[in-house]
Design a protein around this ligand. Structure first.
Ligand code: BT5
Length: 319
C-alpha cells in the first residue's frame, strides 16, 4: 500500500471502492477530511482525465469507467511491492526521468515513482528521443542504493531483468537485448534509461526510467504489448513493470548481479548471433558472436582471438 497518494487519487480510489452502489460526496469528504467542494473539484479533475463519473442527487457519485492510461490515479493502487511509497506524475509530462531527477535532488526518499500517459520530451540514452505517444507506459523511480559507483555497472541489466519479470507476470514474454532493451520478435518493445548522481565512493541516487509500448509502436522497428496480450491495460503493465523493477532491485542488493544475470541469459536475444558494436559516434568498436554477459554485466563476444568483453556500445545484428 502506498504511503502517500494525492487527494485526487484518493477520491478515484474511493469511487472505485464504492463500485456500482456509488458513494456520496459527503461520505468521501468525511473519509478524507476535506470539504465537499474539494471533493467535487477532484471529481471534475478526474472527469477531465477521462473518468466517467455519474452524479445523482441522492446516490452521490458512481464510477462508470476509468481511463486506460498510465496515470498515478490508475497505477498507484495497482503497485504491490512495499518499496513503493508514492506514485506521482500526470497525464502529460516532459519526461518522467526529469521529474524523478528533480524529486531526487530535492531529497525524495527511495521508492518514489513518477508515471505519465505521454511525454513531450521522452529521452533515450545519449540524448536520443524516446517516442512517447499516449497509450504507452512511461515510468521512472528514485532509488538510493548504498553501493559504490563501480558496483552500479550491472544495474541497467538488473532493471531489464526486473522489467522482463514484471512483463511476464502480465502475460508478456519479452527478450532482453544488451544493454537496455526489451524485445519482442527482434523489435524493440521498451527501453531503460538510468541516470545517477554519485560521489567518489557512494551513489547518492539513481533514477531508473522505463518506457514500454503498450497499444502501438511508433514505427516498424518497434513492438507493443497488445501484440502479445490483446486486452492488457496500460496501468497494469506500468504497475507490473515497477513491481518487477522493485523485486529485481531488492535481489540485487541482497545477492548481487547473479540472479539477474541468469534471467538475462535466459532471455538473451543476441546469444549465438554475429553482432557489431558501435560507439556513440557510430564507429565500430567490436565485432564477434554474442556469447552472453559477464558476471559484471559486460557483453561477451567470441572473436577470432578468443572471447572478449565489451563494456558499452550499441549492438546491431550482422547479417
Ligand atoms: C532507450 O534508449 O531505449 C531508453 C528509453 C527510456 C525511455 C523511458 S520512458 C520513461 C523515462 N523518461 C524518459 O524520458 N525516458 C525514460 P536508447 O537505447 O538510446 O534507444 C533510443 C532509440 O530507440 C531511438 O533512437 C529510436 O531508434 C528507438 N525508439 C525511440 N522511441 C521508441 C519507441 N517508443 N519504441 C521503440 N523504439 C523506440
Amino acid at each position: 500500500m502506498l504511503i502517500s497518494t494525492s487527494r485526487r487519487a484518493q477520491v478515484a480510489a474511493a469511487l472505485a471502492a464504492a463500485g456500482p452502489a456509488g458513494v456520496s460526496g459527503e461520505a468521501i469528504a468525511a473519509d478524507l477530511g476535506v470539504s465537499r467542494v474539494a471533493v467535487s473539484k477532484h471529481v471534475a479533475a478526474l472527469r477531465a482525465l477521462g473518468y466517467k463519473i455519474a452524479a445523482a442527487p441522492r446516490a452521490g457519485y458512481r464510477l462508470e469507467s476509468a481511463p486506460d492510461a498510465c496515470i498515478p490515479e490508475e497505477v498507484g493502487p495497482r503497485l504491490r511491492d512495499p518499496l513503493w511509497i508514492a506514485c506521482e506524475g500526470a497525464a502529460e509530462v516532459t519526461s518522467t526521468n526529469d521529474d524523478a531527477k528533480r524529486l531526487a535532488r530535492a531529497r525524495a526518499p527511495e521508492g518514489v515513482s513518477v508515471v505519465a500517459a505521454r511525454q513531450t520530451a521522452g529521452r533515450g540514452r545519449l540524448g536520443r528521443v524516446w517516442e512517447s505517444p499516449a497509450g504507452g507506459a512511461y515510468v521512472s523511480c528514485v532509488l538510493r542504493p548504498a553501493i559504490a559507483p563501480a558496483e552500479a555497472a550491472p544495474l541497467s541489466l538488473v532493471v531489464a531483468a526486473g522489467v522482463a519479470r514484471g512483463l511476464r507476470a502480465a502475460g508478456v514474454d519479452a527478450g532482453i537485448k544488451w544493454p537496455n532493451d526489451l524485445m519482442l520478435d527482434d523489435r524493440k518493445l521498451g527501453g531503460i534509461l538510468l541516470e545517477m548522481s554519485a560521489e567518489a565512493d557512494r551513489v547518492e541516487w539513481v533514477v531508473v526510467g522505463c518506457g514500454i509500448n503498450v497499444g502501438a509502436a511508433p514505427g516498424p522497428d518497434g513492438a507493443f504489448v497488445r501484440e502479445a496480450v490483446s486486452g492488457a491495460r496500460v496501468a497494469e503493465i506500468a504497475a507490473a513493470v515497477l513491481d518487477g523493477i522493485a523485486a529485481g532491485y531488492r535481489e540485487f542488493l541482497q545477492d548481487g548481479f547473479g540472479p539477474a544475470r541468469v534471467e538475462v541469459l535466459a532471455r538473451d536475444t543476441l546469444a549465438g548471433r554475429p553482432v557489431t558494436v558501435r560507439d556513440a559516434a557510430g564507429v565500430i568498436v567490436a565485432e564477434g558472436v554474442a556469447a552472453g554477459v559477464s558476471d559484471s554485466g559486460e557483453l561477451l563476444l567470441d572473436g577470432a582471438g578468443g572471447q572478449f568483453r565489451v563494456a558499452a556500445g550499441e549492438v546491431t545484428l550482422r547479417c
